[in-house]
Design a protein around this ligand. Sequence first.
Ligand code: 0A1
Ligand code: ZN
Length: 849
Amino acid sequence: MRDAAPKTVYLADYTPFGFIVDKVDLTFDLAPNATRVKSRIAFRPNPDAKDRTFFLHGENLKLISARIDGEPVNTEQTDEGLTCAVPDAPFIWEAEVEIDPANNTALEGLYMSNGMYCTQCEAEGFRKITYYPDRPDVMATFDVTINGPHPVLLSNGNPIETSEHRAKWHDPHPKPAYLFALVAGDLVAHSDSFTTMSGKHVDLNLYVRPGDEGKCAFGMEALKKSMKWDEDVYGREYDLDLFNIVAVDDFNMGAMENKGLNIFNSSAVLASPETSTDMNFERIEAIIAHEYFHNWTGNRITCRDWFQLCLKEGLTVFRDAQFTSDMRSAPVKRISDVIDLRARQFPEDQGPLAHPVRPESFQEINNFYTATVYEKGAEVIGMLKTLVGDEAYYKALDLYFTRHDGDAATIEDWLKVFEDTTGRYLTQFKRWYSQAGTPRVKVEESFELDELTLTLTQHTPPSTATPDPKPQVIPIALGLIGPDGTEVLETQTVELHEETQIFRFTSLEGRPVPSILRGFSAPVVLEYDQSDADRAHLLAHDNDPFNRWEAGRTLARKALLGIIETATPVDKAYLDGLRAVVTDDSLDPAYRALMLGLPSQSDLANTLHEAGKTPDPAAIYDATESMRDILASHLKDDLHALYTANQVTEPYQPDAEQSGKRALANAMLSLITRAEGAGLAAKQYASADNMTQQLAALACDIRAGQGDGMLARFEEQWKDDRLVMDKWFGLQVMEAEPEDAAATAERLTKHPAFNHKNPNRFRAVFGALAAHHAGFHHASGAAYTLLADWLITLDPLNPQTTARMCSAFQTWKRYDADRQAKIKAELTRILDTPDLSRDTTEMLTRIIG
Ligand code: 0A1
Ligand code: ZN
């Protein structure tokens, strides 16, 4: 374990930097092991700052020289940076440092990926490039010169000189260092252009490795759609002559919004029908939009400090979700987002890693790029929009953009624009930013004569992060469905702000069925003991598509718990209701496919845990398997008809309509394989002209245990395509029997194409293992040991990806004593590793609790 106690940073300790940076000039002389970086930075004293300590961040830098106003200076260096005496007046700092991009396996700062240079500076990577006040509230204009023998040399902003082996870039927009980017390599461009709403011409380029040119068209279209959408919906226009995107194979996250030079994990931008699934296409469209939208929400208006991360991330996730809803199906997007929120954010918010959307302390900021900051942060904005209404929301946003353009802003600034626009105080609402934990809302219902009474009570379980939670403002959208299935009360939003509130609905003809939390209007857990008959009524009639789906999901959860706990047969009324929806041709096939999805095994484990029971992963797995058999048998007369009716005959398009049909047909294929074996899957595999159908058929084949060599044929076909091979690696773990999951993952780590230094490949195997509930939690503990071994191996090379993967263990206290002991032993073993990174140390310490 590290002996030096890691330093904790507190929001409350914020003070401005003692100096203002007016201008940064950087010159890079690229060489794999000895890149020289010369910096020339104009500083002047900050009149708003009391503390004039001149401290520049710097890590893993070899300082060659340092000067102030042309004179050499003596500096004092630590592992974290440097200080020196400076004049009490404007001055020029000049330094030269040497760095080693070829050995930078952490993928932060300047590093190499397949022979190309690229950077990742968010959150604190710039300090690995040169000495600098690496904090988001220090903003400056950058001029960058790159010298290197590479055909493509890129940085932020607009090019001002390009000659052979040399390029100069000027970014006129002041920016924090985390938005700096540089790329150099043998790349090819897929180019296009966009004319903005004021008639400005913008060149667009998507740079990729030679050979990937055929995978650019979709990303480019997504970029143009995003640019147009941000103009139409938010009035935001692009502000440079050029917008570049670069795809890199080695990247810790999905993508990065560097000003004018977005850098993308190749999995988040490269796409073709043969190599990408419909889900890949949808994700790529969303990530391109997300990074582009950051140009206003993140870059033009950035964060004062990293505690304000949700200011840019929550808002940008919210905006990209709006975009996807507009481009595709709004209900399908909402349901998918809630599934994701419950799978990733709820366990975080309800376990040892719980933190507020705006955390108040951290040791390693990279550990706070979480589902809470991103996805719950977006939910909070959705609630704000619901509470103030659409018109006021867009008015407030206009004010935000005019008032704070060029600022490094805070959540207080953000809420103030809403207060100023609407006259409404948001003091209580702000608790959504400061309190951790998922509120639970209990619903009690009574009906007398013609009056329905709903009593809503909120309670947030205390956590280490928030030991004493207070009531929050919770918008609850609700409607009423009459006995004949028609809506007797259209959606209205009630506001819960006290602990308990009573809402009455009168003049009703007969008892209606309440449809509560429509559209999932708040990120809460609803505790509502609604009868199965009422839920079946909503499944059949609710005109709110989210709650119609939710009714089905709740019935499915109950049925599964019935199998697990008491071997209760599944209620026929539920199965008939589900069948009615799935076979209803008036409904969108994508929606019908979602209806067929079951609650995840982890979700079921959580439900049992919440009920004070100890989940048994093997029993949960078996129940899920039998439920699928039951569905296959109940739908047996429809399976082939639906499979056939949802075949797409037109040329492949990754749009919502075609994707929905393929999703439903593939759901049918999976059930058909269960009932009849993998014959149809083999046929689909043979005729598939796209990855969605090929991969679905392969999954069915593996599950059916066919042993017909399909996996080997797939590998032979795709061995040279790294993104497809990630799928090949992941699928084998995902589809393994629980007792084989760890052994399968271990076998795959011995495959010549396994490379733990590549985050995509590492995640393909270990992300899949962690997501295989019954496999990961198999009683042998083999998966715990295997993952721990690999985390120990990866940590010295890539702390960020190691630390993120630790969250696989965050739910450990749900399980029985034996599993808990096994997990704790592994967590302690990792923590005892000498020189463990700050990232991983912080995560494990929090998880162990
Ligand atoms: N800001 C990026 C995500 C990102 C965050 C951190 C990174 O390294 C620590 C890299 C990328 C986004 O939201 O897309
Ligand atoms: Zn983002």
